[in-house]
Write a protein that binds this ligand. Structure first.
Ligand code: PNS
Length: 167
């Protein structure tokens, strides 16, 4: 089952904070569709397909979690999916300003679409995909911060980047 509630983001890569938010959302909504932004302007560590495939694999036993990628405006994708609700996570006050701007811009673009904010578990409030990428690429551990599958894919990326540098 795919749902008309969207959880959009870059997910480069998905972290345990995102997973926590998805599981929390399922206490409120019958299902959720993770919407992975395909942004040709932003260099990502994982391709859109790699990000989508990882998330699909993580939730393969949960039929109420769908995964899709999108380009362009979120509101256009939401309309195409007949979705009216967008879920976003708020980790700290520092997230608030950007999230408020985005939510109100989206409302300005399409007044029918509402943004629903949820807080992740406090143990993930310091966590971001940016920091995960940085720590891994500098050789640090992200154990407990990303699902095992993601940790494995990160290690593979690190190996690949070391191989290409040693050529
Ligand atoms: O995980 P992120 O990078 O914080 O997610 C940001 C995302 C993907 C939700 C946001 O950048 C987005 O919706 N981009 C699509 C383009 C768009 O609709 N821009 C106008 C919204 S203000």
């Amino acid at each position: 089952m795919e749902s008309r509630v969207l959880y959009p983001g870059s997910f480069d890569p998905i972290t345990n904070g995102h997973v926590d938010l998805i599981q929390r959302s399922l206490k409120v909504f019958g299902g959720i569709t993770v919407a992975v932004l395909e942004n040709p302007k932003k260099a990502a560590l994982f391709s859109t397909k790699e990000r989508v495939d990882m998330i699909r694999e993580l939730f393969r036993r949960q039929a109420n979690v769908g995964v899709k990628s999108f380009r362009g405006l979120l509101v256009d994708f939401a309309r195409a999916e007949k979705a009216r609700l967008v879920v976003r996570g708020l980790r700290a006050i520092s997230d608030f300003e950007y999230e408020l701007q985005m939510a109100l811009m989206n409302r300005n673009l399409d007044p029918e679409i509402e943004t629903f904010f949820m807080m992740p578990s406090v143990k993930y409030t310091f966590l971001s995909s940016n920091l995960v990428r940085e720590v891994v690429l500098l050789g640090g551990s992200v154990d407990g911060l990303v699902p095992g599958l993601v940790a494995q894919r990160l290690r593979e990326k690190l190996q690949a980047s070391k191989r290409s540098k040693s050529k």
